[in-house]
Structures are given as structure tokens and as C-alpha cells.
Design a protein around this ligand. Structure first.
Ligand SMILES: Nc1ncnc2c1ncn2[C@@H]1O[C@H](COP(=O)(O)OP(=O)(O)OP(=O)(O)O)[C@@H](O)[C@H]1O
Ligand SMILES: [Mg+2]
Length: 311
């Protein structure tokens, strides 16, 4: 994938372009949507949600993790297929968040943390010495449990905040397009299109979480990691985010940690059950199709967990 912002957001497909948009194609082939300031919001054309790039798979091989001498994961291997939602479930403290943070190199931010194993993004190890840390963070975005927009920053600037961090430069038109495209994908555009200059902190919790999803999408990740993204939200906002995920998986591979078994069943196609027996590091007991994991699990511990018998 190119670093160029022009590939960050997919252009409007040729067949759906009007003459005026075709004329706006710049040298790099990027087709920006009209600036939001060019038209009244109601007349903005619909932004198509089509994948720009082939979907990517993520594969963890024999991941072992430590905080100091404390081993918290033991040889965890898991394939997270392209274009699918993989749910990570398991009791508190079994290493789900640690595993998720290893998938985009955030684990190494903790001074005492270390790990063994490999994480392959479409077959390429994100921990390879030749790969930059920023590449992994750009390709593999993360949404946290608590929505964390920059509260005083405008909705518009929140969405594009990641561009600077990843060293991407964009024109005003490109940014306008990116903001609309990312907010549309995150299911928030219609609610905020008339107040893009209002502070992000003024949105509801559910809207803030979708703003954070839009911010992650703006740098066009191949994978989106979500660590209990709905646990701080009310049921309505949760439902909106779940519906958004259904649309998003057409563009990005998703890995979600959730304690909500109904949510895991609703949103995921693949599921992995993590467990840490007393004093032991976390490992995967069972993984596979979500339907099978919930309907006919092989391991009795999975059966007990998905049926709410422990944890
Ligand atoms: N920064 C840290 N420093 C030291 N130990 C840590 C750190 N973060 C997590 N741990 C330990 O690693 C183990 C796994 O924690 P982790 O947060 O990955 O679990 P989890 O499955 O996400 O739990 P929860 O469901 O409660 O979020 C725990 O024993 C925890 O205490
Ligand atoms: Mg956690």
C-alpha cells in the first residue's frame, strides 16, 4: 500500500462518477468529493462505501508475553481472516487486551513488557526489524474501551488527527473528502455533518466512540482492533456501533474483545476463547466459527463460559 494520502480513501468508482467529479481528478488519480464548504450539506452527493484495497488477514503465531517476569500469555496462535470479525472472549485477566495490543505493537510501550512469537499481516511480520513501528500502527488501528476524542478539538480535526501522526499530507479538498468518507463509514456523518466545527467533546458517548472509529479509519487501516468498544455505552449506542461494524467489515478486518456474549454472537464470524488457569498464563482453549463456538463447543470450559456458568 502506498503512503500517499491519495490512496487513503478509495476514489469514486469510474462508473459512478459524474463529469464534474471526473474533472476534479488530480495528477495522482485521486478524486476528491466536493468540499463541504462548496455546497449546502443537504445537496452533498452520497459517498460510496466500497473497498479500496484487498482485505488483509492477520495471523498470530505462538505469541508469548511477559510483564517483567510475569508471563501473561503462552504460545497463542490465531488466524484472523480477512474481511471477517473475530471476537476474543474470556474471563478478566486472561490476556485478551495484552494479545490485542501485541497485534499493533502497543505492548512494547510498557517498559517491562516483552514478547515472543510473530504477527503476520498478509504474511509479513509486523515485528520484522525492517518494518517501522509507525507502519504497524497505521495498518492496524485501535479503538479503546473509553471513547478518547480530543475534547476541545473540532469534530473535523478529530477525524484527521491521525494524518499528522503518520506523516501524511493532504490538501483541503482531500481532507474534506476524508472527513466525510470516514464519518460515513463510522455511521456518524448524518448526525454531525452540520456541526463539523463543533468540539468533539460535545458529542454523546456513543457518538464520541464512532468519532474515534472515524479517526482510526481516516488513516485507512487494514485491520481495526476494538477493545470492549461498547462497554461504556448504552444499549442504543451499542446497537449503532454493532451495525456500523457490520458495514465496516466490508472495508477492514476487525478484531474485537468483548465480555458480552450476545454481542460476540451478533457481530463476529470467528471467535477465540481465552483462559488463564490459576496463576498460569493465558492461552486459547478453543477457537473457530462463532456459530460452532456457541452452538456446539468442543471443550466443556468453552461451553460453561459461553453459557454464563463462570467468569
Ligand atoms: N501494564 C501492565 N503491567 C503489568 N502487568 C499487566 C499490565 N497490563 C496487564 N497486566 C497483567 O497481564 C494480565 C493480562 O491482563 P489483560 O489486561 O491483558 O487481561 P484482559 O483479559 O484484557 O482482562 P479484562 O477482561 O479485565 O480487560 C493480567 O494478569 C494483568 O494484571
Ligand atoms: Mg482487557
Amino acid at each position: 500500500m502506498s503512503d500517499d494520502i491519495t490512496t487513503v480513501i478509495d476514489p469514486v468508482p469510474e462508473s459512478r462518477r459524474s463529469d464534474s467529479t471526473r474533472l476534479r481528478r488530480d495528477q495522482a488519480g485521486y478524486v476528491p468529493a466536493p468540499s463541504t464548504s462548496d455546497y449546502p450539506a443537504a445537496s452533498l452527493p452520497a459517498v460510496p462505501a466500497l473497498p479500496a484495497e484487498p482485505l488483509a488477514s492477520l495471523q498470530a503465531n505462538a505469541i508469548t508475553a511477559w510483564f517483567g517476569d510475569h508471563q501473561v500469555l503462552d504460545r497463542v496462535s490465531l488466524t484472523m481472516p480477512a474481511g471477517q470479525v473475530t471476537a476474543l472472549i474470556g474471563p478478566s485477566g486472561c490476556g485478551k487486551s495484552t494479545f490485542l495490543r501485541i497485534l499493533n505493537r502497543m505492548h512494547e510501550l510498557v517498559p517491562s513488557a516483552s514478547l515472543a512469537g510473530e504477527v503476520l499481516l498478509d504474511g509479513v511480520d509486523i515485528y520484522d526489524a525492517s518494518r517501522k513501528l509507525t507502519e504497524a500502527r497505521r495498518d492496524i488501528g485501535m479503538v479503546f474501551q473509553k471513547p478518547n476524542p480530543f475534547p476541545a478539538m473540532s469534530i473535523y480535526d478529530n477525524v484527521i488527527a491521525g494524518l499528522k501522526l503518520t506523516g501524511v499530507r493532504a490538501s483541503r479538498d482531500e481532507k474534506d473528502y476524508l472527513v466525510e468518507r470516514s464519518l460515513t463509514s463510522a455511521g456518524l456523518w448524518k448526525e454531525v455533518k452540520d456541526r463539523l466545527r463543533a468540539p468533539g467533546g460535545g458529542l454523546s458517548g456513543g457518538q464520541q466512540q464512532r468519532l474515534c472509529i472515524a479517526r482510526s479509519l481516516a488513516i485507512k487501516p487494514k485491520v481495526l482492533l476494538m477493545d470492549e468498544p461498547c462497554s461504556a455505552l448504552d444499549p442504543t449506542s451499542t446497537r449503532v456501533i454493532e451495525e456500523t461494524m457490520g458495514e465496516l467489515q466490508k472495508e477492514v478486518t476487525i478484531v474485537i474483545v468483548t465480555h458480552n456474549m450476545q454481542q460476540a454472537q451478533r457481530v463476529s464470524q470467528q471467535c477465540a476463547f481465552f483462559l488463564a488457569s490459576q496463576g498460569q498464563p493465558g492461552h486459547i482453549v478453543e477457537h473457530g466459527d462463532t456459530e460452532a463456538m456457541f452452538g456446539a463447543p468442543i471443550d466443556p470450559r468453552t461451553y460453561d463460559y459461553v453459557n454464563g456458568r463462570f467468569g
